[in-house]
Design a protein around this ligand. Structure first.
Ligand code: NAD
Length: 355
């Protein structure tokens, strides 16, 4: 047998649990990458995979990603992830969710779950009937931590863009700075609104052209076609839609000194961070700048665990540390010549005791 432990994606996971519950038909993988900083936290994905190895790969990669993200967000939480293997019809039953809750409970708090692709808030409420180790539940009331993470993610990205403009362009104000925003959904729309308030010049694009046009009309910006936004000459390109957009072709079309946005996994491959740096483009590592949402979700969980109500001010105070982290990454990147994405990974590894 080839050593599973030697597979690159395994990356010294503390624990990988294969779950099967015969009565409900639940098949799941729970991956705990690191609990060095606290209980491992990361969402549960409900997805149909053609091959179980793909599910394992996803669980392991996403779980390691959560270790890095939570560490760089300054949270007292490690990284983990769960994948529920759906059948082709994607049938999800209350019994399966209950069995999944039991599996999470069985880990005794080493893994804290939340929503991810294919899992709704209602599903998480169902899981929470069987285990307390759930985050991202409905908020307790006005001003409480938790709820839709989008606005907190957007706030962190807005602060990150301001930090990038200060660092790269030497400007303390965002007024008149031209930002091209790809994706005007929960995150991109929120970023655009915050930037507009400060007088930024906006070009907006969305595959839902009506959505981009409505927001541009509201905020006084212009729109671009969704296949033209990356090539828009601007000060900041802010990707807030898809991942893997920073590939050879995408990077070649960029006409801007800064890339800073919230989409997950923006670099198609690790070498694309180097390519951005070689073009002199300042890159804000995605999982550092988009951590506002996880900060909100984790704060809600930690407050509930400690029998208190977390509040928005607490979340915002943590989100406001994002610019300082980005600045530290960029400074280190410039003094060492190592691209910002790799610097971020190394900082995260150090924080989880694996430097
Ligand atoms: P959303 O679904 O609310 O918005 C995404 C928008 O992008 C939609 O309006 C969609 O029409 C548009 N879009 C899709 N493909 C596009 C394309 N090719 N060109 C232009 N627009 C396109 O999603 P969201 O919550 O705003 O998330 C956006 C990104 O941010 C995702 O990559 C997500 O993983 C990431 N993210 C979100 C959060 C959060 O708190 N919501 C946190 C961290 C990361």
């Amino acid at each position: 047998m080839t050593a599973f432990w030697a597979e690159p994606d395994f990356d010294a996971h503390e624990l990988v649990q294969l779950v099967h519950d015969r009565a409900s038909g639940l098949t799941a993988i729970i991956a705990v990458h690191s609990t060095h900083l606290g209980p491992s936290a990361g969402g549960t994905r409900f997805w149909h995979y053609n091959d179980p190895a793909g599910a394992m790969r996803d669980a392991l990669r996403l779980s390691r990603g959560m270790s890095y993200k939570n560490a760089m967000a300054g949270l007292p939480m490690g990284g983990g992830k769960a994948v529920i293997l759906a059948d082709e019809q994607r049938i999800k039953t209350p019994e399966m969710l209950a069995a999944f809750g039991d599996a999470v409970e069985g880990l005794g708090g080493r893994y804290v779950t939340a929503e991810d692709v294919g899992i709704s808030e209602a599903d998480m409420v169902a899981v929470s009937q069987r285990t307390a180790h759930v985050s991202g539940l409905p908020v307790a009331g006005e001003g409480s931590a938790g709820g839709d993470p989008g606005p907190f993610t957007a706030y962190g990205i807005y602060l990150g863009i301001k930090a990038a403009v200060r660092h790269k362009l030497g400007k303390d104000s965002i007024a008149g700075v031209h930002v091209a925003v790809q994706g005007t959904g929960s995150v991109g729309g929120g970023v655009a609104r915050l930037l507009a308030r400060d007088g930024a010049k906006l070009t907006l694009a969305d595959i839902n052209a009506d959505r981009a046009a409505a927001l541009a009309a509201e905020l006084g910006g212009v729109t671009a076609a969704s296949d033209a936004i990356m090539a828009t000459p601007c000060d900041v390109f802010s990707p807030n839609a898809l991942g893997a957009i920073l590939d050879d072709a995408g990077i070649a079309t960029l006409d801007c000194p800064i890339v800073a946005g919230g989409a997950n996994n923006q670099l198609a491959r690790p070498e694309h961070g180097v390519l951005l740096a070689a073009r002199g483009i300042l890159y804000a590592p995605d999982y550092v700048i988009n951590a506002g949402g996880i900060i909100s979700v984790a704060t809600e969980y930690l407050a509930r665990r400690d029998s208190r109500t977390g509040n928005v001010a607490e979340v915002n105070a943590l989100v406001e540390q994002i610019p300082g982290r980005l600045e530290a990454i960029w400074q280190e990147s410039e003094s060492t010549g190592v691209s910002s994405d790799v610097v971020a990974d190394r900082m995260a590894q150090k924080l989880i005791g694996r430097g």
